[in-house]
Design a protein around this ligand. Sequence first.
Ligand SMILES: [Zn+2]
Ligand SMILES: [Zn+2]
Length: 265
Amino acid sequence: MSRIEEELATLVAPEMAGARTNSWPDPLGLSLGLLSVAVGQACVLAYHWAYLRFGNPTAVQKEGPQRYDFWEGVRTHLAQLEGFVLLGSYLTGTWMFRLMPASYYSLDGRVNPLHVAAQLLVMDALQTVAHYAEHKLSPEIYKSSHKPHHRFLNPRLFDAFNGSIADTVCMILLPLYVTANVVHCNVWSYMAFGTIYSSWLTLIHAEYSHPWDPLFRRIGFGTAGDHHVHHKVFIKNYGHLFMYWDKLMGTYKSPLDVDKFCKDI
Ligand SMILES: [Zn+2]
Ligand SMILES: [Zn+2]
């Protein structure tokens, strides 16, 4: 409906205008977004299975990876209430109650790589600050939010979303909402961002280094080794997707400088 048609409709039947704006938004974009994240996760799990079975993965830590049954890992990963259920509820709630900026409801255009990069960078910077605050504000806050995720000193890929509800709210949902309001993009870029973000966050928890990790380390992108440093020593590498913020804050530690880690990662 064009603007002129809308105004005419309002003149003819004023109650129609209110009915239109109070109606639920089209859930198509939301459904495609949730599907895209699910497909991304399925690809990560398929890659993980194939790399463990047919690849020659190098464990990040010298003590070797945790030993576990793959399908138990899949079940544990998919059963994370604080991860997928909370995130799914956030995505559905913010969409259906029109809490997202107007541009997010647009199906016009295509994926804009600059918007996706901006979202990833802003999100990770905010997540780094929230993560640092959870560690440093007070022992009580740390204990009730982030400590459950730190029981994994030598994490496996399936531990990525294993934490607590408070941790997910502080470190993922709040930064996500601020990011949406800082970077105004269309639904296609939002989908691409969400899929890359959730897949990358999962991959950095892998018990082995990925084939692309040496390149990623060179350009400051987060690797499994970088995140294992955080799980092992606690006070380094608060960033997840990028190591730029830690380099700025002076909290970056290369996995190659940790004695207990393998050197060929
Ligand atoms: Zn972690
Ligand atoms: Zn931490």
